[in-house]
Design a binder for this molecule. Sequence first.
Ligand code: MRU
Length: 340
Amino acid sequence: MVETIQWTADGVVMIDQTKLPLQEVFVTCRTHAEVAEAIRSMVIRGAPAIGVAAAMGVALGVEALTGPDEARFASICRSLAETRPTAVNLFWAIDRMKRLWESLRGRPLAEIRARMAAEAQLIRLEDIAINQAIGRHGADLVPDGKTVLTHCNACALATAGYGTALGVIRAAVAAGKQVDVFADETRPFLQGARLTVWELQQDGIPATLITDNMAGHFLKSGRIGCVVVGADRVAANGDVANKVGTYSLAVLAKENGVPFYVAAPVSTLDLTLPSGDQIPIEQRAAREVTHVFGVQVAPHATRVENPAFDVTPNRYVTAIVTERGVARAPFEDSLRRLAE
Ligand code: MRU
């Protein structure tokens, strides 16, 4: 399985997800600013993966400190928090690193550096174990001998390893089920075409690529047994922010009686928000829409909207699979119980 991100003696090493699948290039970030830029430019992406990257960025920033400088530490955390607004795992990981920093006040700098680095590596390892647990809880939901439709990339590359949505699929395959995956290409960044299909091929799981606008056709055909996607933030009422296009998929799934599952760790729950209306939606550059791999596909001066995420209302969500179990409606109760 691909290594998304690693802490090494040289720095934080990531596979460059902007170059896949045509090139397998690894980049080494040596400063917290380089990690922040890697998150912003989507060298690393996916909610759990950017949480791990942010934690490692904080640890790199602390390594470079010459003393326990509170103002400098706050500025390191701020620069990482300002990279992408929607995935709550980013803020969850930075908050965890902040709590550790506070608990180490008065300790020698060498100890603080070592503990921060160890914590970031622990977050990475925990994420892999969490995804395996999500897989165990979700495998039963996947029908045998049917096709699973997924959107974006909620696979190993979007996490520290194993994946959330792909974790569920992997666990179903490991349990002996025949699973075929349909991957939406996921315009404009093409995470489905470039990353999900690449990962499924590496794992020997049968994969078929479709364009986003074909999803309704296949959901109506009876071939799709369920939809499984990841999430960037889940509000207290079970509304789910995920890659733009998820909402239309969920509506089409319900219309056609196909179960719609969301696989996400508890760190993706944001129970401080009563509903998805309060989730900030990242707006990305127009060029991602007007150009494909650097080739212009729209006229000059085209007006563009490019929201990176949308919010699926909870009424379209059949269940949310976490590492602690499966939540179903009413989500206010089931999610709160899982988060306790
Ligand atoms: O813009 P991206 O590629 O970071 O968006 C990623 C997604 O929307 C994923 O589905 C989500 O983060 C879940 S990843 C396990």
